[in-house]
Structure formats: structure tokens, C-alpha cells
Design a binder for this molecule. Structure first.
Ligand SMILES: [Zn+2]
Length: 648
């Protein structure tokens, strides 16, 4: 019902299903030269990651395709089996190497009583052998993939019940599959403890409610949703392959952790938590399992630099806090840990290795933060800092500091934004013409469409795809039907994608090229009943108000009383010619309309725009001016669908 409610912007990504191909053009001579130059600057491959990413392998599923109840594929374990040997010209050599280690899937032994199922979804499912059953940390994104992971665990190690579930943080790839692991009754009856960081439910359900429509569309670019993996196609997403396309669920935690150092005895295993909220996620903790000498770094340290601001769109994250948490982890937990694991990618074995690895990650975020702020205070702008600030060569010897997910470029811009916002203080940029008008003026000033196309082709021949994309994007914004301009821009974007070390930069360029070539696969909004049920009514009423069209409502007023019987909540809505205001906990004295019924029926009215009469037939009691209520519903925009990105 809500577009992308609560983290769903990530869902409906690459899993499987109908897929479009990737780039049409092969790597140009300039791109091949860029790949060779990049390869020459990379550190020694080393043997560590090859060894650690396969160490402890026990078994995987014989059938690589995981399906939903209808028989449709939601995940293919072997989707990246083609990644082997030397990098093709159309993939950055560092990203190719990364995918060689990331593509493995199956059940792996981490320590005596800790195992991980890796490669079954975007994230890892970690299990600890408790006294009576399995303690599950982070049950993947989809019910189907989580179920398949547990089936593998039980078939390989012997069937045991799940005795506890732990959500490391509030992102959907770490909780969405929970119903594949336990039933809600297991939690409500107290049979299974469900432990999460404080603030988990609020953050899990609210992160994408307001901006869900935009995030879903942008996420389709970040993850190249629906694009087939391949040397000219999707090449994972940095922290994993893609996001499974199955059913998202949520079960409310029964216990929350508020402070670092808090411990819980869970099914005979003592767990200690480090709160890292406000860095990678607004509610997140790491877990130290002393008996196993193992530290789970959740997602603040993985095999790649992360996003300070994810390109799909989100609130910007605090890089300084992130660095401090990593420093604390390296000093407090790493010296007691023989193994450091994460909820993405492979483990780091060895006490010294784990400590150095966490310290390298710490230095990466601190360097990014401190050097961005240093430049910022010298007067450099966002774009200038993003250009001049690069990964230091010695730090880059540690492969996990590389930007397969976040990049120095967009993370430096994010830190600038965190402190100063989008404005670079150059007044010409304070109020320029909007994109379409500016594009028309620019193309005209440069001498017209043919001239711009020639300039762009010239830039492409010289390998300056940043400039050709810039020129051609303006041309397409002026002449969206100019086939030559669209084809040239698609090719320019493809070359930029091929030479990107970041998987999600590659995805965005290739998704843009796909849209330009007319093969767009705009995904419909996914819904999760569990997640919508968990969103506060006030937030839903505020979200409905963001689709209110005053020009259609007109200069009138309307007051509505709401009694949500299933939740025992009173609320009201007040509309005038400008805004729609919702208030939970208030009852209007003399409403024009009074509605009474389960919340789902009211939401069907406000979000799905079901006719008032249909909802009345379904059991919603409406007293008063039903025609005025219908007028309000008509004045709400439908739920947002995909929108144009590469064209005006
Ligand atoms: Zn994650």
C-alpha cells in the first residue's frame, strides 16, 4: 500500500524474474586503456580474501534457484558463476576481483559454534549454536531466501528449532525474511526472543515512508533492478549481489538494547552489544560473542567502503560517529576476538588481522571525514573536494577500503552536505534556470544540436565520457526525441559504467543507458502488510497529506473524525484549500464526516483511493457528508509510479 514503506525501496531488485540485458556497446579503446591504467594502480591481489571467502565451506543447495510459493524465481545462487579468470574489458578490474570473492554461496563454519549462510541474498544469515536451538542473526530480506538458508542449515547440521532472532539493524535486508525463520506466535508467546537495538521498529518502518516513491525509482538505478548479471550487465551491488525479489516480513522485537556493554544470556550463550546507531543505520548494534572469541561488526565494517549517503536517496549519515564506533570496536572488542564477521561479505580470521582490518576501516571513514571538512573550511566546494580527495595509496592496500559501494567522490559530497547543505556559496548556483530551460539555453549557446552532438562525439573519441555525458544529457533534455543524441548518451553512460570501480555507480550508468534505449523496467511499488501494520498512524496521515492536491480540492473545508476500531485509536483529518492535517488522539467536536472501522479500510481509502462506497460495502461506517469525503479522496494523487530520470 505504501510505496516502499519502511526500507522497501531496496526490495524488488535483481533477484531473478524477467531481465533486461546490460550495455549494448562494447568497451571502447579509451575504456580499455582506462581499465589497464586502473589495473596497474591496484595493490597486490594477495591470497587472504580468496582464502577467507571460501574457508569453512560445508555445503550449498543442489538447486541454485530459490522460488516463491507461485514457483517464480526470487534468487539464483549461480547468477555470478561466470565471474572467473581475468577481468573482461567491460568491467573495472578491481570490481571484477571483488566479485570473484563475493560470488560464493553456501553454509560456512566461522568458529566452533558460529556459522554463516552467505550468498543467499544481499546480506548474510549468521547462526550461533545455542543450548536448545539456533540463534539467528539477520534473517535476510525475503521469507523465501531465509527459509532456504535455514533448510540448508538443518539439512546439513541436523534439525533444531530457532531459539532466538537478532536484528543487527533497521534495514530491510537484515529482517525482511524473519517469517521464514520463525512465526509471529513464537515471539508473542515468549518461546523465541527477538532482540534489536533501541529504536529499531520506528526506524525500520519509517525510513522510507515519506520519500518512498522517489526512493523506489532511484533504487532501481542503484541496483540496476531487473538487469541480467553479465560482463556488460549488472555486477552485484558492492555489499552483495543484489536484493532478492521475495516476500518481506517483520516481527516486532521482544527485547531491545539501549547501551554499549549491555549483555544478554540467549539460549545459554552470553552476548555483548555495541550500539552503533546513527552511523550506517539509525538503529544498529554490533555483537560480541565472548565464548567464541568472535565479533560481529554488523554493517559498519564489511568488504567495501560504505555509503555516507546512498545514491537511491536517504538522510545523510554521520561519518565522524562512524569512525568513532570503529575505533571503539578496534580497541574494545578486536583484542578479544579471533574472528571478525559482518552481516555482508566474508569473515576476517586472526586476531591481528581483525584488528588491523577494523583500524583500516576506521581510518578510511576518519580520513574521508576529516579531509573533507579540512578542505571545506578552506573554501573548496562539494565538487572540488570530491575531485581532489582520493583513497590514500597505503590505505588502499587493504582492499576493503575500496569503494565498491560508497565512493570517495559521493561520500565527500555527502559529508559536505551533512555540514553545509547543497549550496556551494557561489551565487550563480543559488538560483540558476531549472534543468530543461538551462539545457535549451546551453545547447543554443553552443551552436545548436548538431554542434553539441559533434562536440560530444569528439569528447567520447578522447575518452572524456564525463564531458560527453554532460553535453548529451543537456541535448536529450532539450530534444528528448533526438535518436542520435539518445544513442550517443547511452553509449557514453555505458563506458562510464564499465570503468566504475563502484558496483552501484556501474548500475546507475547502465540503468540510465537502458532507459535511454527504451528498455526501461520500472518496478511497481512492493508492499508488506507486516511493515505497513507497524507504521504509526500519524506518519501515515502525514504521508497521505504529501499527495494532497489543493488545486483539486478547492477553496473549501472539511473535518473528519476517525475511529480505528482494531487499534482503539481516535484521530481526525482537517482539510482546507491549502493543506490536509492529521491529528492522532483527537476527536473533532462537530465533524462533517465520521468514519469508524479497522485501519486497513481507512488506508485503502487514503492510499489506494478505493471509492467511499466500496469501503462502506467492505465494512467501513461513514456518517455525514459522504460526497464531501469522496471529494477529498479525489483530491489525493494516486500512489507515485516510476518517473523519468534520463529525459525531461
Ligand atoms: Zn545490509
Amino acid at each position: 500500500m505504501m510505496a516502499a514503506a519502511g526500507g522497501l525501496a531496496m526490495v524488488a531488485a535483481t533477484g531473478a524474474g524477467a531481465q533486461t540485458p546490460g550495455g549494448n556497446s562494447s568497451a571502447s579503446p579509451a575504456t580499455i586503456a582506462a581499465q589497464q591504467s586502473a589495473a596497474a594502480g591496484l595493490p597486490e591481489d594477495g591470497t587472504r580474501d580468496a582464502a577467507f571467502s571460501t574457508r569453512g565451506f560445508i555445503a550449498t543447495l543442489p538447486d541454485p534457484v530459490i522460488r516463491n510459493a507461485a514457483g517464480n524465481p526470487v534468487w539464483n545462487l549461480d547468477a555470478y558463476a561466470f565471474v572467473d579468470g581475468a577481468a573482461p574489458d567491460s568491467v573495472h578490474p578491481s570490481l571484477w576481483r571483488h566479485m570473484r570473492h563475493l560470488k560464493h554461496h553456501g553454509l560456512y563454519q566461522v568458529s566452533d559454534n558460529i556459522l554463516q549462510v552467505r550468498g543467499f541474498d544481499l546480506a548474510n544469515l549468521t547462526i550461533i549454536r545455542g543450548e536448545s536451538g539456533w540463534i539467528v542473526i539477520d534473517p535476510l530480506t525475503s521469507v523465501e531466501t531465509a527459509k532456504a538458508a535455514m533448510a540448508l542449515v538443518n539439512a546439513t547440521l541436523g534439525t533444531r528449532p530457532v531459539s532466538a532472532v537478532i536484528y543487527s539493524h533497521s534495514h530491510a535486508d537484515h529482517f525482511g525474511g524473519v517469517r521464514g525463520v520463525i512465526d509471529p506466535d513464537d515471539a508473542t508467546s515468549g518461546r523465541v526472543a527477538v532482540i534489536a537495538p533501541e529504536g529499531f521498529m520506528e526506524e525500520a518502518t519509517s525510513e522510507n515512508v515519506m520519500a518512498g516513491g522517489a526512493m523506489l525509482r532511484r533504487a532501481a538505478y542503484q541496483f540496476a533492478t531487473g538487469m541480467a548479471p553479465g560482463p556488460q550487465g549488472q555486477m552485484g551491488s558492492g555489499i552483495g549481489m543484489g536484493v532478492s525479489g521475495g516476500t518481506l516480513s517483520l516481527i516486532t522485537p521482544t527485547d531491545t538494547i539501549a547501551a554499549t556493554g549491555e549483555t544478554r544470556m540467549v539460549d545459554g550463550v552470553r552476548l555483548e552489544f555495541q550500539i552503533v546507531s546513527g552511523s550506517e543505520a539509525p538503529a544498529e548494534f554490533n555483537v560480541f560473542i565472548a565464548a567464541e572469541k568472535t565479533f560481529l561488526a554488523a554493517e559498519i565494517a564489511t568488504c567495501t567502503m560504505h555509503n555516507i549517503l546512498t545514491p537511491r536517496g536517504a538522510k545523510v549519515r554521520d561519518a565522524r560517529a562512524w569512525g568513532h564506533y570503529l575505533d571503539e570496536a578496534a580497541r574494545r572488542y578486536a583484542p578479544q576476538s579471533d574472528t571478525v564477521i559482518s552481516s555482508h561479505c566474508w569473515p576476517i580470521f586472526g586476531r591481528a588481522e581483525g584488528t588491523q582490518w577494523l583500524e583500516a576501516q576506521r581510518d578510511n571513514y576518519r580520513y574521508l571525514h576529516d579531509q573533507t571538512v579540512r578542505r571545506m573550511n578552506r573554501g573548496e566546494t562539494m565538487a572540488e573536494i570530491a575531485e581532489s580527495l582520493t583513497l590514500p595509496a597505503d590505505l588502499g592496500q587493504e582492499w576493503s577500503t575500496h569503494g565498491y559501494y560508497g565512493t570517495y567522490s559521493h561520500n565527500a559530497k555527502a559529508i559536505y552536505q551533512f555540514y553545509l547543505g547543497w549550496y556551494d556559496a557561489v551565487p550563480a548556483n543559488l538560483n540558476p534556470h531549472p534543468p530543461v530551460e538551462r539545457a535549451a539555453k546551453l545547447v543554443d549557446a553552443l551552436g545548436g544540436a548538431e554542434r553539441v552532438l559533434a562536440l560530444a562525439r569528439n569528447a567520447m573519441a578522447g575518452g572524456d565520457y564525463r564531458w560527453s555525458s554532460d553535453l548529451l544529457q543537456n541535448l536529450v533534455f532539450t530534444e528528448p526525441d533526438n535518436a542520435a543524441a539518445r544513442a550517443a548518451l547511452a553509449e557514453s553512460y555505458e563506458q562510464q559504467g564499465y570503468s566504475s570501480e563502484s558496483a552501484i555507480w556501474r548500475n546507475q550508468f547502465l540503468a540510465a543507458a537502458r532507459d535511454l534505449r527504451g528498455a526501461s523496467a520500472r518496478s511497481a511499488a512492493t508492499q508488506s502488510t507486516d511493515l505497513i501494520a507497524a507504521v504509526a498512524t500519524q506518519e501515515l496521515l502525514d504521508s497521505a497529506a504529501t499527495r494532497f492536491a489543493p488545486e483539486r480540492f478547492g477553496d473549501r473545508s472539511l473535518t473528519i473524525g476517525l475511529e480505528l476500531t482494531d487499534r482503539k485509536e481516535q484521530a481526525m483529518l482537517e482539510a482546507n484549500g491549502r493543506v490536509l492535517i492529521g491529528r492522532v488522539g483527537e476527536t473533532p467536536a462537530a465533524p462533517d464526516v465520521a468514519m469508524r472501522g479497522p485501519r486497513a479500510l481507512v488506508l485503502a481509502l487514503l492510499f489506494l483511493k478505493q471509492p467511499v462506497s466500496t469501503m462502506q460495502a467492505a465494512g467501513l461506517q461513514v456518517e455525514g457528508d459522504a460526497a464531501a469525503l469522496q471529494h477529498l479522496i479525489d483530491a489525493l494523487d494516486p500512489m507515485p509510479q516510476g518517473f523519468a530520470i534520463v529525459e525531461p
